[in-house]
Ligand binder design. Sequence first.
Ligand code: ZN
Length: 226
Amino acid sequence: MSKYGFEKIERDISKAIKTRNGPTPQKPELPDSDLDQQLLAYASKELPQPVLYHSLRVFLYSVAAIKDYFPHWELDHTVLFATCLLHDIGTTDKNMKATKMSFEFYGGYVSREYIYELTKDQDFSEAVFEAIIRHQDIGDTGFITTLGMILQLSTLLDNVGANTQYVHPDTVDYINRKYSREGWGGCFASAIDRENSEKPWGHTSQLGIPDFRDGVAGNKHQYFTQ
Ligand code: ZN
């Protein structure tokens, strides 16, 4: 087992999750070691609030889904926290202006440099890099790291209302009340439009133009139970 998620798992989430058991209601919390606090401080400085709150929701959904479906994983919560916090760092204005690379590729690179500088842990930095690069690499063939799979599951849940069968509605409600999704759909739809406009060769285009953007902007999933 790997605390960094370097184990193969099906990229197709419906194959990766083999049980038909439903999710349980949970109240997941953020981790708070010294390193976790440093990561959160960095993300809070670098990310606009809607992106920060999306990233925190993605972490909390991931914790809940792992508890229900992958309780045997040894994936380290700080590795998961760093990955979730930094997965969209490539969309910031500073980073969009800094590169012609696809946002998640450049964001993976920036995150790898930062994590290695902070921890001197090559496996940690590469685990984050690999998962961020592949977080929009959606498909039903082949394999991915466990860290990458859970990041895909949770980002799709927050962005387009997919994979909602894997996190209990009460858990989703709890997380969305804690870290408001106010304005998130429009914010991310704009980020997709900017990416496709400034880097029309980019990886985001593979998700469909304008289909992916319209799926985000038109996400009708009910994130609250009442
Ligand atoms: Zn995201």
